[in-house]
Design a protein around this ligand. Structure first.
Ligand code: DGY
Length: 438
């Protein structure tokens, strides 16, 4: 993979906005929450200071509720370059900024990879000249991360189920995954002002992005949340899209594991550590309860219909990411490497597609309905390593790097041909490559 490390650095430099990184050069001109976490993981390989600032700039947009918003807006982005710019959310006053100036943000959130990233920055810096810098970053950010996880464990889980409720498919990070089809179909779209889609101008074909019907629903849900003034109680009573997301919940368990380690490094109160421990247990129990023996996968649950969402997607492997019993792991790995996912012999590389090619709703080019996403491969790779599956982890890393060597740092990849899709020079793709190559 000669030259790839330098190429990945070039992508991150191209997207560097001075202290933080836009998710992609054109399609995503702002700071996105889970993108930033992955970007920090990559930047950790280039030094603690800049990696830490990726997260502290994001935390400047954190809300008083503890929520880390899914977008912190770039005041310099060309007007109209992103559909739902700062003016659409009416939420800036809810963020608490370290500098005292509230940063305009969106009002949704995204999977909580942040504590994993923060710990990674420290781990990479440990034993180097950057160690003190990384430790003081952890001490400064610990309370923010704890508040974020507490928000997810309370406002987003009033049932105490261990599972996080999302209010919008964008919160899952897997926007148009067939995971959300049924729950979205039940959303009745009301009066929407006409809108144009800048995103379609930044990809080769509209089929690489969500459809018009999906976008109407995305916008309508944002409208409803805005009308409810982002009041969690009101949302829970009236919002038409309320779903327990298993992948989000599993990432939270993994992030809570990282937060326990961070709390030890910064010398946090034992009370905190115990509370985080309870969140972890509850999360694993909640995920266990979502396991579907017929499909052999963990399923999201629609709280409105009180039904599981029965479709085979990569999210079904959530217990691999949260950690689970050896028996469940064996079962999940068998399925992951079977013809239903990464073992489909039509695949160019044995990398898990976002939706099973055996699903009727699979589409090899359509965003989260089939393409391979390197950041998801990275999450699985990390989980395999933690579970002691060294051989499988090494194969996943090698295949992923081969995919990137052939197709560049694209946003996502056609699983059969390896064709790069979505945006070019996607920051988080370059970032996970840096981590793999370091
Ligand atoms: C987008 O705009 O496509 C994002 O995925 C929503 O955050």
């Amino acid at each position: 993979f000669a030259g790839m490390f330098e190429e990945a650095v070039r992508v991150l430099r191209r997207n560097d906005m001075g202290g933080w990184t836009r998710a992609a050069p054109e399609l995503y001109p702002h700071q996105w929450s889970w993108d930033s976490a992955f970007i920090a993981i990559g930047l950790a390989r280039l030094g603690a200071r800049r990696a830490a600032s990726e997260l502290t700039t994001l935390l400047d947009g954190q809300w008083t509720t503890g929520k880390i918003p899914h977008i912190v807006f770039n005041p310099k982005a060309p007007p109209g370059s992103y559909l739902l710019g700062p003016e659409h959310w009416a939420s800036a006053s809810l963020s608490r900024s370290a500098s005292g100036t509230p940063r305009p943000t969106s009002a949704l959130c995204q999977p909580p990879v942040h504590a994993i990233a923060a710990l990674r920055i420290f781990e990479v810096a440990r034993g180097t000249a950057d160690e003190d810098e990384a430790r003081s970053f952890l001490s400064g950010g610990y309370a923010n991360l704890l508040a974020w996880h507490r928000y997810l464990a309370t406002a987003r889980d009033p049932e105490g189920s261990g599972l996080v409720t999302i209010y919008h498919p964008w919160e899952s990070g897997t926007d148009n995954s067939p995971r959300w089809d049924e729950a979205l179909a039940n959303v009745k779209v009301g009066e929407l002002s006409p809108y144009a889609r800048p995103d379609l101008g930044f990809v080769d074909e509209p089929s690489e992005r969500p459809t018009a019907e999906e976008y109407d629903r995305y916008l309508w849900l944002v409208d409803l949340l805005k009308r409810s003034r982002y009041d969690e109680g009101r949302i829970y009573r009236s919002h038409p899209f309320l779903v327990k997301d298993v992948l989000f919940s599993a990432i939270l368990v993994a992030a809570n594991e990282a937060l326990v380690e961070i709390s030890r490094i910064v010398g946090a109160r034992e009370r905190d550590v115990e509370m985080i421990g309870r969140w972890i247990e509850r999360g694993r129990r909640g995920l266990d309860a979502c396991y579907d023996g017929d499909l052999g996968l963990c399923l999201d649950r629609d709280l409105r219909s009180d039904e599981p969402l029965r479709v085979r997607t990569i999210a079904g492997f959530a217990p691999l990411i949260s950690g689970c019993t050896d028996t469940l792991r064996e079962k999940l790995l068998l399925l992951l490497y079977s013809g239903t996912f990464a073992g489909d012999d039509r695949l160019r590389w044995p990398l898990p597609p976002s939706t099973s090619p055996r699903e009727a709703r699979f589409h090899p080019r359509a965003y989260w309905r089939g393409p391979v996403w390197p950041v998801i491969s990275w999450l699985l790779w990390r989980s395999l390593k933690l579970a002691g599956e060294e051989g499988r982890a090494a194969d996943l890393r090698r295949s992923s790097l081969e995919q990137l060597a052939a197709g560049g740092f694209a946003e996502y990849f056609e699983p059969f041909t390896g064709e790069p899709l979505g945006s070019d020079d996607q920051s988080w793709t370059a970032a996970v490559a840096l981590d793999w190559l370091a």
